[in-house]
Ligand binder design. Structure first.
Ligand code: NDP
Length: 322
């Protein structure tokens, strides 16, 4: 089969479209013929070698397609089912083998493109807004990179829970998209000091929670944007990893909390996975939640997709099709 492989950690040009052996299905696994593959920022960290992976590797942790074969003991899906998944690797390929318990059957009204466009970023937004800090009416949250894949979904889910949303973005086009997703206030953090803007907007009170996946460039001001007893959910590092922190910075009168959550931990059981994916797909199917697909590339053009994502040139989701 054809796949994208990375032989050495490095830039997008290190991704090679080539023939690789077809994966074989084992016990508790299913073979999925992919129809759409989600591109995520974490694919960039993996390609760069930030996760101490073994090379060569096939990047990608999200996709949707049809089950072609199942191994022994598989009960969750059958051959012919249209499924989506995240939390299983090697997705930049024509076929993938996935532990069957990670597969979610797509309901009517959610096709393979929508499944691959939403399952990872959608469940991430879901756990951040509903579990890491369960937002409620009266809360103000700050969502960084609000026109991004996770960002646009998180803004919508925060509004569904009744919170006030302050969004940050880097361009006026992205500002329009964040406002369209429901953000109450949008700050261009490349032109304005977002900490000062948060203070102004909240009358000096600060936010109950900051959702920050930009990392190094925003971390200090994110901490400073919190209200007393506020929570900083640092869930990514698009601008680079945050350096080691003196824990005393959280203390004193502010009594802040810091968490570094991951989707893996918030979908660690089949029950929790199905709960989050079930709500996500029902909102998408009913039109309550909008998923913006920015662009769909051929699998062989994954290099181009990575260049755009890394270059901050996207809003919403990028997909690959085999
Ligand atoms: P996005 O579509 O949000 O793309 C990243 C965005 O980050 C850019 O569009 C850009 O928005 C912003 N950004 C700010 N500074 C930089 C920089 N120096 N270089 C590149 N981008 C920058 O990607 P995803 O939705 O796939 O992921 C968003 C973040 O969420 C990532 O950090 C990812 O690792 C994290 N994540 C974490 C998960 C978890 O469970 N912990 C799960 C899923 C994603 P702008 O131009 O507006 O600044």
């Amino acid at each position: 089969m054809k796949a994208i492989r990375v032989h050495q950690p490095g830039g997008p040009e290190n991704m090679v479209y080539e023939d690789v052996p077809m994966p074989s299905v084992g016990q508790g696994q299913a073979l999925v013929k992919l129809r759409a593959i989600g591109v995520n920022y974490m694919d960039i960290y993996l390609r760069q070698g930030a996760q101490r992976s073994t090379f060569p590797l096939i990047p990608g942790g999200e996709g949707a397609g049809v089950v072609e074969a199942t191994g022994q003991g598989v009960t969750e899906v059958r051959v012919g089912d249209l499924v989506a998944y995240t939390g299983a690797g090697s997705s930049y390929a024509e076929h993938v083998v996935v532990p069957s318990w990670r597969l979610v059957k797509l309901p009517q009204g959610v096709d393979a493109s929508m499944g691959a466009a939403s399952i990872l970023q959608g469940m991430t937004a879901h756990y951040l807004a509903n579990s890491t800090y369960p937002l409620k009416a009266g809360d103000t949250c700050l969502v960084h990179a609000a026109a991004g894949g996770v960002g646009l979904l998180l803004v919508q889910m925060a509004k569904m829970r009744g919170a006030r949303v302050i969004a940050t973005v880097s361009t006026s086009e992205k500002a329009k998209l964040a406002a369209g997703a429901g953000a109450d206030e949008v700050v261009n953090y490349t032109e304005q000091d977002f900490e000062a803007e948060v203070k102004r907007i909240t009358g000096g009170k600060g936010c109950q929670v900051v959702y920050d996946a930009v990392g190094k460039a925003t971390f200090d001001k994110s901490l400073a944007s919190l209200a007393p007893r506020g929570l900083l959910a640092l869930y990514g590092a698009a601008s680079g990893p945050v350096p080691p922190l003196d824990i005393n910075r959280l203390g004193g009168v502010m009594s802040l909390s810091l968490t570094r959550p991951s989707l893996t931990a918030y979908t660690a059981t089949r029950e929790e996975l199905l709960l989050r994916a079930g709500e996500l797909f029902s909102w998408i199917g009913s039109g309550k939640l909008k998923v913006r697909i920015e662009e769909t590339f051929k699998l062989s053009s994954a290099v181009e997709a990575h260049r755009k994502l890394e270059g901050r040139l996207t809003a919403g989701k990028l997909l690959l099709v085999p």
